[in-house]
Write a protein that binds this ligand. Sequence first.
Ligand SMILES: [Zn+2]
Length: 171
Amino acid sequence: MILQPVKRRPLSRYLKDFKHMATHCAHCRKILDRVTLTRAGVLVNKAGIARLDTQIDEAGWLAEKPLWAALCRFCGDLYSKEQDNFFDIIGFKTYLLEQTEMSHGTIREYVVRLRRLGNHLREHYRPPQDAPEGFCLATLSEWLPKTSSNNYLIALRKYDQFQQREQRCRL
Ligand SMILES: [Zn+2]
């Protein structure tokens, strides 16, 4: 028997196929329109993918594949930008997706509000001396922006529910 040489292709080629085969966002399950790829939770843009020219074989790809995810643009954005938000945006979004019956549009609305609020708080919030550790609805609600504060408060309350659930799960 003649041994066939192992077929190798650049990683970027595998990723191209991977991208084309993905139909739903790996995070929110929405049907994909524009695809964003992440590797181990970090966004890799088109140019970055094109540079991945390491030649690998099928076995190499099988080892690499679990690290990659195809996400919708919205989820991709969250992964690339929100890791250091004041709030746990990704956890919050997962909670809304999995534990509530909200539509994608409504979830998006909540997430966008909380992101904005997180940015605002990161700039302006100075915790009082006797503030309890971590998230506290009562303390934070005094620091809301002056405009649309009611909308932010609604998002904050929802986040509070998420935090309480997290704590219950950890006990
Ligand atoms: Zn998504």
